[in-house]
Write a protein that binds this ligand. Structure first.
Ligand SMILES: C[S@@+](CC[C@H](N)C(=O)[O-])C[C@H]1O[C@@H](n2cnc3c(N)ncnc32)[C@H](O)[C@@H]1O
Length: 286
């Protein structure tokens, strides 16, 4: 494709996103193959800590909204009775089904948006990971208010790669990725969860924060950049190789034997109908 063809395609995508205050199906289509493998993971420590803190006893029904390739649904499945993943992107649902089969996790996946989710069921836990900013807030809130059980919780989840003295590569890497993405909607990714739930029946209950470290390679971080809709292969077009080379140049000085240490802080912001903590609910005070 020519440079002007790429620019036109990029402008088209920006226009489509800017013109739409909800999700554009297809936006993640070219990132599916990179997403589950390279995006900041929810590590096993996160699922264990959240399950313990909320006192999950294997009787709960969980719905993962905007499940993508199923990371949260698959991670929580062993802790609950019934687990459903919902996503409007067919490629994501396919990837999620494959991942669940590989992990031997019992999860039912459903194609669709939360705003159109029609069910008479209620859910004890609803997880929304890295997807809140795509939802049509008033419509999604009304659906959530209907389908969360009386003592249930909505968990807004996000794992973040944080800069520490052992992970000095994080900021230069992020700065480079931002400089290559021209998404006019970038600000929308920083949703204030308290503001999102303001005026609804939901109250903030607590934040569950779980920190874990691991190692990644430079290739992993190139893959992560392509897993983001703002720097996806489709978005980069014929600049993909140049972008990947720039990432390598920035990261190489920080790598030891091809590895970089990464610290992941995973956050679950918990919301419920009363500002009751898991202890007060267990004590019957809710
Ligand atoms: C960044 S991915 C998050 C995947 C996964 N939850 C995670 O934490 O890794 C965002 C997902 O939200 C989905 N999504 C966008 N709008 C949605 C909507 N209105 N209802 C449900 N899911 C939606 C997209 O298809 C995409 O798979």
């Amino acid at each position: 494709m020519t440079a002007s063809g790429t620019a036109t395609r990029k402008r088209d995508l920006i226009d489509r996103v800017a013109a739409c205050n909800t999700w554009v199906v297809g936006r993640f289509a070219s990132t599916v193959e990179f997403y589950a493998q390279y995006r900041e993971p929810y590590l096993p420590e996160f699922f264990r800590a959240v399950a313990e803190r909320l006192g999950l006893d294997g009787h709960e029904a969980l719905l993962d909204v905007g499940c993508g390739p199923g990371l949260l649904a698959i991670g929580f499945a062993p802790f609950v009775k019934q687990c459903t993943g919902l996503d409007p992107e067919p490629g994501m649902i396919e990837a999620a089904k494959e991942a669940a089969a590989q992990a031997q996790a019992q999860v039912a996946f459903q194609l669709g948006r939360i705003e159109d989710f029609a069910t008479s069921e209620s859910f004890d836990i609803i997880t929304i990971g890295r997807a809140l900013h795509w939802l049509d807030r008033p419509v999604a809130l009304a659906v959530l208010e209907k389908i969360v059980s009386a003592k249930g919780w909505v968990l807004i989840c996000r794992p973040t790669s944080v800069e520490t003295p052992n992970t000095p590569w994080v900021k230069p890497y992020q700065k480079l990725c931002h400089s290559w993405s021209e998404d006019p909607e970038r600000k929308r990714y920083r949703v204030n969860t308290d503001e999102w739930f303001a005026g609804s029946r939901f109250r903030a209950v607590e934040q569950i924060l779980v920190t874990a470290t691991r190692h990644v390679t430079i290739d992993d971080l190139v893959g992560r950049a392509f897993s983001r809709s703002t720097t996806s292969r489709a978005f980069m077009g014929d600049r993909q190789a140049e972008f990947a080379a720039e990432i390598r140049k920035v990261l190489e000085p920080f790598a030891h034997h091809g590895q970089l240490e990464e610290e992941i802080v995973a956050n679950a912001a918990v919301f419920g109908f009363a500002a009751s903590t898991p202890e007060s609910i267990a004590a019957g005070a809710a």
